[in-house]
Design a protein around this ligand. Structure first.
Ligand code: MN
Length: 199
């Protein structure tokens, strides 16, 4: 749960530096995407909170009950926090570990199959949005496409992993090549963090 501190949401504290995800995500991308885009969503939401019905609520609660500008900014903070907090420095052949590895094999036959489907859904999302891996109520893994600021928690799913497919996420490093960006991200996924989200 992401809670406000003294009435305001703060930028997530990342366990790596802005240059540490290169060459998958360059320092320039991080400075713009994390440093400017996410900061703007945080500033916008914090400006809208005082005196509103959303004051004091967790980010997840706000995403579930809001619409319009509040929803867009809260959704984008939650999405970006989950995106940036799931990464680590690049590792060649970085494969899922622990419980999530077992669930992926059970529900997608193989890790390769899962990654291909995840990439295809990310590449095939028209416009801006996010591709997500989530857990259903009955404990099954599902991949969903979510437009703009949407997050699977609004559908009652438990979100585990996400790749941002807004152009601002990849245009500096990959230009128009969204599929190349999606494929590269696997080497920086911190599967320990994904396992934590399984609960
Ligand atoms: Mn983004």
């Amino acid at each position: 749960m992401f809670q406000p501190v003294n009435g305001k949401f703060e930028m997530p504290s990342l366990p790596y530096g802005m240059a540490d995800l290169a060459p998958v995500l360059s320092q320039e991308t991080m400075l713009f995407h994390f440093g400017k885009h996410l900061q703007t969503y945080v500033n916008n939401l914090n400006a809208a909170l005082p005196g509103s019905e959303f004051e004091g609520k967790s980010l997840e609660e706000i995403v579930k009950i809001s619409d319009g500008g509040v929803f867009n900014n809260a959704g984008q903070i939650l999405n970006h926090a989950m995106y940036f907090l799931q990464f680590k420095t690049p590792v060649m052949g970085n494969a899922p570990t622990g419980e999530i590895a077992k669930l992926i094999d059970r529900d997608f036959i193989s890790c390769e199959n899962f990654q291909n489907e995840f990439q295809a859904k990310g590449a095939g999302l028209f416009g801006s949005g996010w591709v997500w891996l989530s857990l259903t109520d009955s404990g099954k893994l599902v991949i969903t496409q979510e437009g703009n600021a949407q997050n699977p928690i609004t559908k009652g799913l438990k979100p585990l992993l996400t790749f941002d497919v807004w152009e601002h996420a990849y245009y500096i490093d990959y230009r128009n090549r969204r599929p190349d960006y999606l494929k590269s991200l696997w080497s920086i996924v911190n599967w320990d963090e994904v396992n934590k989200r399984l609960g």
